[in-house]
Ligand binder design. Structure first.
Ligand code: G6P
Length: 369
């Protein structure tokens, strides 16, 4: 087993460190930065249809649902197609309005999640076109869908999803650009710029991993907390949700992810010096707003751990701990900001003596309702 873990103590850590490679594998043969072109062979027969769709509905569960939320931001931003993100379990039991002009994207690492499968079957009966984003080739979901794009992250053993999540986000980023290209909502020069940067994201993920020792120190300071809050805005919000999910899954610390501005509608009541608050506070369009949220937490003596852009000076003046990630276009932020949160939950869980790869009561895939 040690051999399978490639020298790492746990599969989860190995899989976290595989991400520069898995993201690269996911993009291979799909992006052409010099030409400003994205090719997605799996959905190419629907290239024409994409010009005329009314709406996209993303269905998924768990971590895959968080990837879907990132997809919503990116598809709406670049392809200007309205997107709804649904929990498969809720969607399937509503009486949703679905037409033949809708595309449903089902996201699933395992390709076997019962609720996601049922949601696909229902949408199919109502005439929608179904795309899949799956990791396991030949699984049930890829066989149910009309077309799809594999994430190519390789087998994921740790129950808490890490590399599969960043690969899903990578595929959704590619889909957003592909749809934008089909619809003409993006220029070739803009695509050249974005794809050139995306091509170098694996190296930036590598740099983000270099904060591991610092993250370990921070973990030591907050490992005995009973609650933890994760806050972010824009694509930083799904990143916060995913950071909270990771922490609760493997360390059993109660954690909540919230849009930073919603803090004042509830979670702020919980803030004391006992409460660590993890902020996604990178330099992007919501930077100033997040800074004022950090001030609100500090005023109540909360402990602030901030994920910041390398070289940041503003947040450093306020936060208790800052973890840097490389600067990047806002579109690629989730791929980078997720990395320190994975490491943070990993180290905290190890320090608390938890079974990191197989947390209690959780399964890698939920094949029953
Ligand atoms: C389980 C796993 C999660 C996963 C979720 C959805 O809860 O523990 O890691 O995100 O199922 O699984 P899927 O295979 O459909 O992505």
């Amino acid at each position: 087993e040690m051999l399978e873990k490639g020298g790492f103590d746990h599969f989860m850590l190995k899989e976290i460190y595989e991400q520069p490679r898995s993201i690269k594998d996911c993009m291979r043969g799909r992006i052409y930065p010099q030409e400003g072109k994205v090719q997605l062979g799996g959905i190419k027969e629907f290239a024409e249809k994409l010009k005329n769709i009314d709406r996209i509905i993303i269905v998924a569960c768990g971590t895959s649902w968080h990837a879907g939320l990132v997809g919503e931001y990116l598809i709406e931003e670049y392809a200007r197609i309205p997107v709804e993100v649904e929990y498969a379990s809720e969607f399937r039991y509503r009486n949703p309005i679905i037409t033949e002009k809708d595309v449903v994207i089902a996201i699933s690492q395992s390709g076997e999640t019962a609720d996601t499968m049922a949601a696909i079957e229902m949408a199919k009966e109502r005439g929608a076109t179904i795309f899949g984003i799956c990791n396991v080739a030949g699984a049930s979901i890829p066989r149910l869908t009309d077309a799809g794009v594999y994430t190519h992250a390789g087998p994921e053993i740790g129950v808490a999803s890490t590399k599969a999540f960043t690969a899903q986000v990578t595929v959704l980023t590619l889909m957003a650009f592909y749809m934008a290209q089909q619809k003409g909502t993006i220029t070739t020069s803009k695509l050249i710029e974005l794809l050139t940067e995306l091509d170098h994201i694996p190296e930036k993920v590598e740099l983000a991993l270099e904060s591991n020792d610092l993250i370990k120190e921070v973990s030591e300071k907050i490992k005995d907390s009973t609650n933890c809050l994760f806050l972010g805005r824009g694509t930083g919000f799904p990143v916060a949700l995913e950071g909270a999910l990771k922490l609760k899954e493997i360390s059993y610390i109660h954690a909540e992810g919230y849009p930073a501005a919603e803090m004042k509608h509830g979670p702020i009541a919980l803030i004391t010096e006992e409460m660590p608050v993890v902020f996604i506070a990178t330099q992007n369009s919501s930077y100033e707003k997040v800074i004022s949220n950090i001030q609100e937490v500090k005023a109540r003596k909360g402990k602030v751990i901030a994920i910041v852009t390398a070289g940041d000076t503003e947040v450093k003046k306020m936060a208790d701990y800052c973890i840097e990630i490389p600067d990047a276009n806002e579109a690629f932020l989730p791929l980078l900001a997720t990395i320190p949160l994975q490491l943070l939950s990993y180290h905290i869980a190890v320090m608390r003596g938890c079974n990191v790869d197989q947390p209690r009561n959780l399964a890698k895939s939920v094949t029953v309702e």
